[in-house]
Design a protein around this ligand. Structure first.
Ligand code: ADP
Ligand code: MG
Length: 274
């Protein structure tokens, strides 16, 4: 379990990026942190991963505050992985296999164990065939998946991803989200920061909405998306499927209960045509 408690962070120039943020990330599940550009999502992920030290507040891992000394940060990095928005900020080795095995080797695992972890992580991201390729020869989407594999090879309990679908084509988005689903199914908590409301609606089991450095809504997607006025004030638009499902439900065309969040579920819930 990873928690932000009362995080406050200012950047030079007087920007308040985090304004008393409390957020609890349980040991599993799919969480989307939603917010417009500049809302503070990236800053929060950097703080949760120990990459920046906030002005106030604490990051708490399994009940113990994270200290910013070597011991504290090592403890955090064994459990929490952060995938940067730009894979080129993450990849550094000449080949894919070298890059992904760096983390496990750094954990002190043997070469054989590191090889096994590397093969497993590459397979999980669907890039096992790229193991011997040069990292700089890969497409953007491939580099993204290799960067994620590099963190999975550490077997983190919590994987944080900053705008993981940015720059991917629609098929690439679908494939990545399916692979992240499979990661979540292994019990790893998967947290994505995004402004893509449609993506969050179909994928997350919980959404936390960020506005001007604060978490303003936190809960199940269909509960959070009821607050259209608040969301539009934060520069966010309701997911298209949520709007459609609400409209159909208000006309009595959907059964009572939670609104469908995937197109195929919506279609299946419609009454037969007369
Ligand atoms: N390195 C930085 N220096 C100064 N201001 C920054 C820096 N990084 C982010 N900011 C500012 O902090 C606020 C939050 O940014 P960020 O966390 O990147 O938001 P998001 O990821 O939601 O777009 C924004 O106003 C942004 O301009
Ligand atoms: Mg960002």
């Amino acid at each position: 379990m990873l928690e932000a408690r009362g995080l406050v962070h200012h950047y030079p120039g007087g920007v308040t990026a985090l304004d008393h943020v409390d957020l609890a990330i349980p040991a599993g599940g799919r969480l989307a942190i939603l917010g417009a550009n500049g809302a503070g999502k990236s800053t929060l992920l950097l703080a949760l991963a120990g990459a920046i030290r906030t002005d106030q507040g604490q990051v708490v891992l399994d009940g113990t505050p994270v200290t910013h000394d070597r011991k504290g940060l090592t403890r955090l990095r064994h459990r929490v992985g952060l995938v940067f928005q730009d894979p080129d900020d993450q990849l550094f080795a000449a080949t894919v296999a070298e890059d992904v095995s760096f983390g496990p080797l750094n954990l002190g695992l043997t070469a054989a164990e590191a090889r096994e972890r590397t093969a497993e992580a590459l397979a999980m991201m669907g890039v096992a065939h790229l193991a011997d390729r040069a990292t700089h020869m890969l497409s953007f989407g491939q580099r993204k998946r290799v960067a994620i594999a590099g963190l999975l090879a550490m077997r983190p309990g919590i994987l944080l991803l900053d705008e993981p679908t940015a720059g991917l084509d629609p098929a690439g988005v679908d494939e990545l989200m399916q692979r992240l689903d499979a990661v979540a199914d292994t019990g790893t908590a998967v947290v994505i920061a995004t402004h893509d409301m449609d993506l969050a609606n179909g994928w997350a089991d919980r959404v936390a909405v960020f506005g001007r450095g604060r978490i303003v809504l936190d809960g199940a997607p269909d509960t959070v998306f009821e607050d259209e006025v608040l969301l539009s004030g934060l520069g966010l638009r309701l997911p298209m499927l949520h709007r459609l499902a609400s409209a159909l439900a208000s006309r009595g065309l959907l059964p009572a209960g939670p609104l469908p969040r995937r197109l195929e579920d919506l279609v299946a819930a419609l009454p037969p045509l007369r």
